[in-house]
Design a protein around this ligand. Structure first.
Ligand SMILES: [Zn+2]
Length: 169
């Protein structure tokens, strides 16, 4: 893999900031939003920026509960997951003006899941000139914007637009 200037990655690898024990997606909600790169906390599902993104604005949506597959989720979790995917699509479209999106779940290690055992939906903005979703793995990743600034902006957009969990409005 080509090495690009990625200051956020350096701080991650040198151990600054906390890395939760055990399952990543079970542990991250215990951290502050800015440390975990969380942009939205729903009733059953939360959204965060991928620390190793395929493109700028690469989000992951996942239930708080440890669910290995879509089938293992409750219907309410699935409903909130896909409602949130639609909200993420709108927010990223308005904020980053991508030409398209890849959305998908990698279920199981052989499917390429980075965190097998805790299903998460990738929402990846795409631009016509950027690299292919599949071939980008193992190749050069160019992420022009620092993650912290993107997180702050997207979190504000989610706070303004995402439907509130019932009873918390
Ligand atoms: Zn988990």
């Amino acid at each position: 893999m080509d090495i690009l200037f990625t200051p956020w990655r350096l701080s991650y690898l040198t151990g600054e900031g906390t890395k939760p024990e055990g399952c990543l997606f079970c542990g991250l909600p215990a951290l502050a939003d800015a440390d975990a790169l969380i942009v939205h906390r729903g009733a059953l599902v939360y959204a965060l920026l991928n620390r190793y993104p395929y493109s700028n604005g690469h989000l992951m949506l996942t239930p708080y509960a440890h669910r290995a597959t879509l089938a293992a989720m409750t219907q309410d979790e699935r409903r909130e997951l896909f409602d949130l995917a639609a909200t993420a699509e709108e927010i990223l479209a308005a904020d980053l003006r991508p030409h398209g999106f890849n959305m998908g779940l990698n279920l199981g290690k052989s499917a390429g899941a980075g965190v097998p055992g805790h299903a998460h939906l990738h929402v990846v903005p795409r631009w016509e000139a950027d690299t292919n979703f599949m071939t980008v793995v193992g190749g050069t990743r160019t992420v022009p914007e620092e993650l912290g600034g993107t997180r702050d902006r997207l979190a504000r957009a989610f706070a303004a637009r995402a439907p509130r969990p019932e009873g918390t409005a």
